[in-house]
Design a protein around this ligand. Structure first.
Ligand code: ADP
Length: 170
């Protein structure tokens, strides 16, 4: 087994849609690590809001806007997150913590991932207070009801959301 790189973090998520919270975490990850891989899950059980391809395209645009394209990859997450880490050689699995509820959800996953892949270190970054209230779920709900989400997502994501059919249509 080849050694995983402790300076390479895999940041997995649904990013449906990418929010200013994800963006904040990504900026901080790029300051901490040499290399960051965004691993985008399809999540068949979640009612898709943006298509998988659209989310990947938005994350690519985000990567370009951060001027870190050579240190940042966006890829599909097909199976287990720990296998995603092994596939790209990332020694760190990065997640954000907004609240105790996030921790309760994340802690058993971190323990299970550790049991499956002790060579992968899970690292949590505490959410920045200014964006700690933001979740993709809330953005989906507010946008679906025609509300203004301009304080929760980037202008690029806002434009992508404006292209979606309103609730009740299509
Ligand atoms: P998942 O369905 O895997 O939870 P998400 O796209 O909802 O995917 O979240 C991906 C990661 O981003 C998670 O670790 C989540 O805690 C983190 N995250 C989401 N929103 C924020 C935020 N506002 N601040 C910090 N971290 C966040």
């Amino acid at each position: 087994m080849s050694a995983l790189d402790p300076r390479h973090a895999l940041f997995p998520g649904s990013f449906d849609p990418p929010t200013l919270g994800h963006e904040d975490l990504l900026r901080r990850a790029l300051a901490l690590f040499d290399r960051v891989t965004l691993a985008v899950a399809e999540h068949p059980t979640k009612a898709g809001f943006l298509s998988f391809d659209r989310r990947v395209a938005l994350l690519h645009e985000l990567a370009e806007s951060m001027d870190a394209a050579e240190r940042l990859d966006v890829r599909r997450l097909d199976g287990l997150v720990v296998d995603g880490c092994r596939d790209v050689g990332a020694g760190v699995l990065l997640r954000g913590l907004r609240s105790g509820a996030d921790f309760d959800y994340e802690a058993p996953m971190a323990g299970t991932n550790r049991a499956m892949a002790p060579e992968v270190e899970t690292l949590f970054l505490a959410a920045t207070p200014a964006v700690s209230h933001i979740s993709s779920t809330l953005v989906r709900q507010i946008a679906g009801l025609g509300g203004d989400v301009s304080s929760l997502v980037s202008p690029t994501v806002l434009a992508a959301l404006a292209d979606l059919p309103a609730a009740g249509e299509a």
